[in-house]
Design a binder for this molecule. Structure first.
Ligand code: AMP
Length: 169
């Protein structure tokens, strides 16, 4: 993750953690597998549990963290705020990557992940509108929101994200 290298922060992706749990056939993986395949959201309680554990690790304490794919609901955002608060940290900046739906769909279809079927993609996009989009307001109220144009090459988008984070700090 180039952003993490640039800013010396730890990459924490709940999607990656869940995929790894599925692969290792842990009890968490068994619970999450079908939900993920269908493009549904795993429960806020599960996300709270895995984040509380991961965010209390030493590497996060030392370097800070880039949360990827989380929070996806207002409840998760409040949980993240509470977990970070307990660790003496806070949410500094939220990057909203702005891309037209057609571009997002094309990117998902080209990466070939198991849960990138047309049905699961449609469900994820619907859930984004219903559950995640309200978070834009939530972050804006905390003056943490940065909208970044996500259309363009990886290099272009990376430069825009870097600028948005640097401007913030
Ligand atoms: P991602 O890699 O972020 O696209 O996540 C892949 C899948 O994992 C999602 O479609 C959800 O089923 C599940 N997932 C990942 N992060 C979350 C989250 N923060 N809340 C609920 N479900 C999640």
């Amino acid at each position: 993750m180039r952003i993490c290298e640039s800013f010396g922060v730890v990459h924490v992706s709940t999607g990656e953690m869940l995929r790894s749990a599925v692969e290792k056939r842990t009890p968490l993986g068994a619970k999450a597998a079908k939900i993920m395949e269908e493009g549904q959201l795993v429960s806020d309680e599960i996300i709270q549990g895995i984040l509380a554990e991961r965010l209390s690790c030493q590497d996060v304490e030392d370097g800070g963290v880039l949360l990827d794919g989380v929070p996806r609901t207002v409840t998760q955002a409040e949980d993240v705020e509470a977990i970070l608060g307990n660790l003496g940290r806070r949410l500094n900046v939220a990057i909203n990557l702005d891309v037209p739906i057609e571009v997002a769909k094309a990117r998902m279809l080209s990466r070939g992940r198991k849960d990138d079927t047309p049905d699961a993609i449609m469900r994820r996009l619907k859930l984004y509108e219903a559950e995640t989009a309200p978070l834009l307001e939530w972050f804006a109220e905390r003056a943490a929101l940065r909208n970044v144009n996500g259309v363009g090459s990886e290099d272009e988008v990376f430069e825009r994200i870097k600028e948005a984070i640097t401007d913030h700090s």
